[in-house]
Design a protein around this ligand. Structure first.
Ligand code: IMP
Length: 434
């Protein structure tokens, strides 16, 4: 029965999403699932993501290229919902080539509909951060590029194949951005012609990878190929359902896997939501279970043991306890059918572990995640006993009893079964239950 279920779940098109504030360890799960997938596709975000895969002694950090690339059986696709930094793509490609990874257009395809991140977008992102918004962005130009997309000012990769018309639109946008940048005190901006020439030159190297990825995915799907959708960031950073305005600029939830790839919603068969056994957040914004005051020391201990530093910006991540109120909301928003748990092993050797099971706001207790006033809620915690070290185990019957109780509590609260348990950073340090 078990192996039958396993085969069934692996045959379906799976969407993997982070269901916290990102950095849940998605790359490792993608790398694991990619073993039995044909296509791995990213559907949102850009190089604000930092996906780390460890194979043997070798560590690979990817920001834009899908995390399935290390599996030779997969074709990897950057879908139309992604905002695309051409230089970052080429840098990653070069690094992978140096390790003999096949990154030819046959294996690595990019949607001609991806919106292009220009240096102007990065300048604007950083200037806004230092002058105004203090969202704590990654400074990669993600917000301004999605902003231009919505304002209908952006350029898509395929537009660069039509340089005459694209240049006029680029220049109009350039002059508008220049005014904004000056207002924000940023006066050192490369000249428009230089920027445009550079962009067209770089584009020539991207061009062989461009396709109508929706066409490709639909054809392949009809031919019975299995697609794995790789989410970036996490649900609490979703532009609609995250802790607005302290969010990223795209829909990070599973529903967008369809819009961001052009493969219809009926093709999303299984949604896997990934959570750490605790919570982290980079950048500003409310974080109810953050380890502060009497928990500050244990928070630092977890941060150090869990190496909680951003793989994109190197920033220290804020650390807190597992928040079941937020988790259940994320399960609902994504329609999560199975949970994957990461970093349970990091909590080992703690005397006791806290789990937030309700919030109190203005004297009222609730298990519902509020859309406003999150910064004012007080957490209600359950405290469970800690567990001994089990790092790297691949067998469920080797998990300490307290870990199994912790897992059961998550399942009971969210109503979602735990399907995968990651027990370490390496590829094979994993327990698959269904
Ligand atoms: P942006 O996506 O660079 O605009 O940043 C907006 C917010 O999302 C900031 O708080 C970032 O720290 C956060 N963020 C963006 N990408 C990631 C990620 O991959 N992991 C965790 N946080 C992220």
């Amino acid at each position: 029965m078990r192996s039958e279920m396993k085969t069934n779940s692996l045959r379906r098109n799976t969407v993997l999403v982070g269901i916290q504030w990102g950095d849940e360890g998605k790359a490792k799960i993608i790398d694991h699932l990619a073993e039995s997938a044909d296509i791995v596709v990213r559907f949102q975000g850009g190089n604000n993501a930092g996906h780390t895969i460890v194979v043997g002694q070798e560590k690979t950090v990817l920001h834009l290229i899908p995390s399935g690339i290390l599996h030779t059986n997969t074709v990897n696709v950057v879908g139309n919902g992604v905002v695309f930094d051409m230089s970052v793509f080429l840098e990653e490609k070069t690094k992978l080539e140096a390790r003999q990874v096949d990154v030819s257009p046959k294996r690595l395809k990019v949607s001609e509909l991806c919106h292009v991140i220009f240096p102007l977008h990065q300048l604007l992102d950083r200037a806004r951060e230092s002058a105004k918004s203090k969202i704590g962005t990654t400074g990669r130009g993600i917000g301004p590029t999605y902003g231009d997309k919505s304002m209908r000012l952006g350029l898509r990769l395929g537009d660069l194949n039509r340089p005459e018309t694209a240049k006029a639109r680029f220049l109009a946008n350039y002059h508008e951005k220049l005014l904004q940048l000056k207002e924000l005190g940023q006066t050192e901006v490369p000249p428009a012609d230089e920027m445009w020439a550079q962009c067209l030159e770089t584009f020539q190297k991207i061009k062989p990878h461009l396709v109508d990825t929706s066409r490709f995915l639909n054809d392949e799907s009809k031919a019975g190929k299995q697609v794995l959708f790789e989410g970036a960031q996490g649900t609490l950073l979703d532009i609609d359902y995250g802790t607005y305005p302290y969010v990223t600029s795209s829909n990070t939830s599973a529903g967008f896997a369809s819009c961001g790839t052009g493969l219809g919603p009926s093709q999303l068969h299984y949604v896997l939501g990934l959570t750490k056994a605790y919570t982290t957040r980079v950048g500003s914004g409310p974080f109810p279970t953050e380890c502060l005051e009497s928990d500050a020391e244990v928070g630092q201990w977890i941060a150090k043991k869990g190496n909680e530093f951003g793989s994109t910006t190197g920033r220290a991540r804020r650390v807190g306890w597992l928040d079941l109120v937020a988790l259940r909301r994320a399960c609902e928003v994504n329609g999560v059918q199975g949970l994957a748990l990461s970093k349970l092993d990091i909590l080992s050797e703690l005397k006791s572990i806290k789990i937030c099971t309700a919030y109190e706001l203005d004297g009222k207790r609730s298990q519902n995640f509020p859309n406003f006033d999150l910064e004012r809620v007080k957490c209600v915690y359950e405290e469970i006993e800690g567990w001994p070290n089990f790092h790297g185990t691949q067998k469920e019957n080797e998990l300490p009893k307290a870990v199994l109780q912790f897992i059961k509590r998550i399942e009971d609260y969210t109503g979602v079964p735990v399907a995968m348990i990651s027990t370490g950073q390496k590829r094979d340090e994993m327990i698959v239950r269904v």
